[in-house]
Ligand binder design. Structure first.
Ligand SMILES: NC(=O)c1ccc[n+]([C@@H]2O[C@H](COP(=O)([O-])OP(=O)(O)OC[C@H]3O[C@@H](n4cnc5c(N)ncnc54)[C@H](OP(=O)(O)O)[C@@H]3O)[C@@H](O)[C@H]2O)c1
Length: 300
C-alpha cells in the first residue's frame, strides 16, 4: 500500500480493485490510535470518521464500489464512525448495501440525521441502512430554540438508537442550538469547525463541555476550501513533527481541542480516507503550535 502513489490508488479504487488490495491493517505508523471518550458513557470512539454528504448520492454500482473501497480503508485503519443523513441523496442506502454485503454492521458506529421527529422518516433510515438500530440519531439543522428531543429520547429508550444528538452548520441558528443543547442535553452535538471557521469556540464548545455532549466537527476542510488556500505550498517546518500532509494539519488542529470527540471529513477517495486517518495517530499540536496554525492560515 505504502508503495502505491495516490494516483495509482485512485485509479485502482475507481475500478473497485482497491478494496481487494487493502490488507486487514495498514496502519501508517505504530503510534497508538487517538480515540476519545463519549462523555455520557465513556465509550471510546476513534477520532477520525467519514462524512458522506454529496459523495454517495446515487445508489448505483459505481458509487457502491467507491463507498466499499473508502469504508474498507476506514475499518482497516481503526476507524468506525460514518456520518450520514436521510437527506444525503441515496447515501444511507449505499452505506447499508456496503455494510450488509461485508457483514460488518457491528464494526461501525453509524450516525444519521432526521429532519424532524417523524417515525416514517426514522423507519426509512433504518430500512435504507439495513439496521434495526443506529448508534447516533441526530436532529438535523436545529433552527428553533423550542425544538424538543423528547421523541428522540423515547426512540432511544425503545432501542432504535444508542445516542441522540443535534446538528447545525448555520451560524445564525447557533442561538437556537445553544438553547436546545442547554435544555435537552443531547449526547452529541455536530457543528462546523475548521481552522478558518472557529465560530463554535465562542459558545458551542464551552456549552457542549458543560452539558457533557460529545462533539462531532462537520466541514473540517470547509468543503475543500482549506486545500485550495494552501495549493502549491509546503507544510511549514514547525508543523512537520505532527502533520504528514495538509489534511492531517487541518484535522489535527481540531483534534488538539480535547472537547472535540471526532472529526468527520467527507471523501469518496480511498487515498484521501487513508490520509485523513493518519490524523488519528502521532503527536497533536500544543497550544502554541495551534495559535501559530491559526495565524498561518489567516495569513494566506
Ligand atoms: N448540518 C449538518 O449536520 C452538516 C452540514 C454539512 C456537513 N455535515 C457533515 O460533515 C461532513 C464533512 O463535510 P463535507 O464533506 O461537506 O466537507 P469537508 O469534509 O470539509 O471537505 C470535503 C472535501 O475535501 C476533500 N478531501 C477530503 N479528504 C481529502 C484529503 N485527504 N486530501 C485532499 N482533499 C480531501 C473532498 O474531496 P474528495 O472526495 O476528492 O476526497 C471534498 O472535496 C459531511 O460529509 C457531513 O457528514 C453535516
Amino acid at each position: 500500500m505504502a508503495r502505491l502513489t495516490r494516483r495509482q490508488f485512485a485509479r485502482l479504487s475507481a475500478t473497485g480493485a482497491a478494496a481487494a488490495l487493502v490488507p486487514p491493517a495498514i496502519a501508517q505508523t505504530t503510534a497508538p490510535l487517538i480515540a476519545r471518550a463519549i462523555p455520557k458513557t465513556g465509550e471510546k470512539l476513534p477520532a477520525v470518521g467519514l462524512g458522506t454528504a454529496a459523495v454517495f448520492d446515487d445508489d448505483d454500482a459505481g458509487t457502491r464500489r467507491k463507498a466499499a473501497a473508502v469504508i474498507k480503508v476506514l475499518a482497516a485503519n481503526g476507524g468506525r464512525l460514518i456520518d450520514t443523513a436521510s437527506t444525503y441523496g441515496d447515501a444511507e442506502s449505499v452505506i447499508g448495501a456496503v455494510l450488509g454485503a461485508a457483514g460488518g454492521r457491528q464494526n461501525f458506529f453509524i450516525a444519521t440525521k432526521l429532519e424532524a421527529p417523524d417515525a416514517a422518516e426514522l423507519q426509512q433510515s433504518l430500512r435504507r441502512l439495513r439496521t434495526q438500530k443506529v448508534d447516533l440519531l441526530q436532529l438535523h439543522n436545529v433552527g428553533n430554540p423550542r425544538q424538543s428531543l423528547e421523541q428522540f429520547y423515547a426512540w432511544k429508550a425503545q432501542g432504535a438508537c444508542r445516542y441522540v444528538g443535534i446538528t447545525s452548520t448555520y451560524h445564525g441558528d447557533f442561538g437556537a442550538v445553544a438553547a436546545v443543547l442547554g435544555r435537552e442535553k443531547p449526547d452529541f452535538v455536530q457543528v462546523d469547525y475548521s481552522l478558518d471557521n472557529r465560530e463554535v469556540e465562542k459558545r458551542i464548545l464551552p456549552l457542549a463541555a458543560d452539558v457533557k455532549a460529545a462533539v462531532l466537527t462537520a466541514l473540517p476542510f470547509g468543503r475543500g476550501r482549506l486545500f485550495r488556500a494552501v495549493r502549491g505550498k509546503a507544510i511549514p517546518d514547525w508543523a512537520q513533527s505532527f502533520a504528514g500532509s495538509w489534511a492531517q494539519f487541518f484535522l489535527k488542529f481540531l483534534l488538539a481541542d480535547p472537547r472535540v470527540t471526532a472529526v468527520i471529513p467527507g471523501t469518496a477517495d480511498p487515498a484521501h480516507m487513508l490520509d485523513n486517518l493518519g490524523a488519528m495517530r502521532g503527536a497533536l499540536p500544543d497550544p502554541d503550535q495551534r495559535r501559530r496554525m491559526v495565524q498561518f492560515v489567516a495569513s494566506l
